[in-house]
Design a protein around this ligand. Sequence first.
Ligand code: ATP
Length: 905
Amino acid sequence: MEWYRTSTRDVLKELSADPEAGLSASAVETRLSEYGRNELKEEKKKPFIKKLAEQFLDPMIIILLLAAIISGVVGEAVDSVIILAIVIVNALLSIFQEGKAEEAIAALKKMSSPTVKVVRDGRISEIQSTELVPGDLVILETGDIVPADMRLIESSNLKIDESSLTGESVAVEKDAAVTMDEEVGIGDRVNYAYSASIVNYGRGKGVVTETGLNTEIGKIATTLSTMEEEETPLQRKLAGLSKTLGILVLAVCAVVFVVGKIYGRETLQMFLTSVSLAVAAIPEGLPAIVTIVLSMGMGNMARHNAIVKRLLAVETLGTTTYICSDKTGTLTQNEMTVTRVYVDGKVLEVSGSGYAPTGEITGGGETVAPESMPGLDALTAVASLVNDADLSESGGNYSIVGDPTEGALITLAGKHGIHEEEIEAAYPRLEEIPFDSDRKMMSTFHENYFDGKISSFTKGAPDVILKRCSHIYKDGEIIELTDAMRQEVLDQNTAFAKQALRVLGFAFRNFDAMPSDISTDAIEQDMVFVGLVGMIDPARPEVKDAIKECRTAGIVPVMITGDYLETAKAIAEELGILREGDHAMMGEELNGKSPEEIREIVKTTRVFARVSPQNKVQIVTALKENGEIAAMTGDGVNDAPAIKKADIGIAMGITGTDVAKNTADVILTDDNFATIVQAVEEGRIIYANIKKFVTFLLSCNIGEVLVVFLAIILNLPTPFLPIQLLWLNLVTDSFPALALGVEKGEEETMLEPPRDPQEPILDRKVTITLIIQSIAITAATLGVYYYALKTHGDTGAGLVYSRTMAFTTLIFCELFRSFSSRSIDDTLWKIGFFSNKRLVQAVLLSLALVLVVLYVPFLENLFHLVDLNVKDWAIVLISSLIPLVIGEIQKFIRFNQSHPQDTQE
Ligand code: ATP
């Protein structure tokens, strides 16, 4: 059926849909089973074989495979098989773990997927867009992503951007009333809305005609495969590091070969030693652990109200240097209460709190009764009519549905005896020009309120409204607005704003008949000014501390708001965003400035007021050009470019539009500034932890290489067999490393300046730790090996025994020092030995896995190991403590150097 060529009545009939009540729950259920869920086919999963093949393309794995082949060729068939088995099991585990990480990310994405407003069983409810079925009545608002193909049945100034479907970037004006006779292209079907297009402006209602793969976008969905998650800089850096290690190991192998030859060793033996070296040098478990830790970090942030959509953002968050935040709802509670009104040249006070319409409006101590002050009557009537919010009451509790700013106006009108539903019924809305944050105004049309036949009512930013007024309504009369009066209103506006009040202005205009041109230029001009209201919007209590935390963490908080400058300044001062010496300015002052000038401005300006969405882009661009890492919040459809441009684009989960959420890297489910700061902290912790386990794993690898290398130089037999090293690198080391990835944050996390994103993972401190630890591991292991060779001989059973001692010492060095690796700066005394329970469990698990290869006879043979007696164990355990002890001493010395005063006391 060609829906766009069918009248709305026939469409509704065909789909058995009720234009008022929508579908019933039972109808939805049957349709859902008939048509399936409203989703494009799940992206085809990568076939298992392909994933496996990818694993084997990894240079590290190739080296291991080569090792297996060489072992096989030189006659060590059993070893060859074991290496292969370990490599395959590792590849399978990696695929499994990465699959789990991907699942976790997909689940998070789902949490952030758009919801839709539908009418079902006569009630408006919000559901996941995947639950839509043909016949559903969907409400479309500015910023929504159209969730399915639908025939429009109502539209008001509806403009839809269909570029995702047609490539045409100019939004299409839609009109539900049109029925088309002829066949036209997709871009011309003005009574129809397509899935995945964006509501740019206005409102509408549609009845769903097609869902899922039957939608136009569904038909071409094969070309729309979702973006592949790119590698994060960290993952790239680590890949680079492995490559360097690979090259290094080749060089070491060459040296070992030459040295071996000089000592007159057999070529065959030298091959085996090279294999051991290669295995020793590669941190086999590392890539998988990084992915797992990053994705666990995402899960953790989601539990703290920040849904991070990309792995990359987890990392970038930790480097944030500027957080640019909206004011309303993010820094403030977005719970508005009108406390002041300015009409007929007088300031009135309003009592009462919350949205309950109980309270008094008083002027000069006297209650102002309804119909005793024409200005107040007019203002409250206008305020409740040019208004989309609804006040609802249950059990004496009042709440609003819609914009809190508008809700507060309904409450104000209620305090003046105006009942929302009654006045709406008496003066129904004929037309409207919806609010947008560029114009900062909204207008509606009604019949017969003022003298004219038709009136437009406008509310919005007072400065903007006043500029468009030529008259003023005073004591019931429309008189010309003189410059003096204009100034008086502006002064009053500033006075309210300085008390941190959010101020709105009201105006109307009379027409003899409904104007044909309903555009802002034609209507929102030559208006009659009515008055002002000032409402409080208390700061969120937790934000003040969050701002302080930002400062100590070297992050600059900036307020970017659509509100008036004085209001913004008052709140910014209260919260500590604006301090002495900081600047505040209007967004429009940026217009016409050169990029260089804006780059200077953003260095000192902490409040930008009356900002347009373009200004946001200018600000974020300048910050980025200054080398800052900028996080920027946004909620409206026009905010998407700024969100996209920011290093971290943040969308509001509650008040944000689909478009904002879709573009953002992070969605705040509680719209709270404090959540951003917490996410930054979390980002820093994750990075610090990654650094910890990278250091942990790499120092072990370097230690292994050094032991093998020095043994050759000292003309000793190869101390480890490849399979022993593989067991250590892949199995026993991985669990403690993972546990280090979930280490709690350190005290200093938010006391240090943000990390430079260019900073290498192996910074100075880490490199020093790495060197010291590698040397300590080498000393302990090589010492024990040397002792064992000397006491038990270097051939046959003596060699097997010595290797067992070396292997066990190395593993225990790892298990012990994993505790020390928990903090780069703080000693174990400070952080507590067993405060990371996961690590304790991980170490116990690894311990069990060592004992298995040491004492299960069959495995013991495979791994070329022997039983150890009590004395052996004593030697092993004591030597294994060396790296741990040295690590702690190193921290202690460093602490004393950086805090000399603490030790003098
Ligand atoms: P922030 O940008 O910090 O969230 P904001 O809510 O003030 O603050 P916008 O939503 O862009 O930002 O609004 C800009 C201005 O438009 C407001 O300061 C107010 O004067 C006016 N305004 C806000 N909501 C409405 C509305 N529903 N109707 C008319 N005018 C409004």
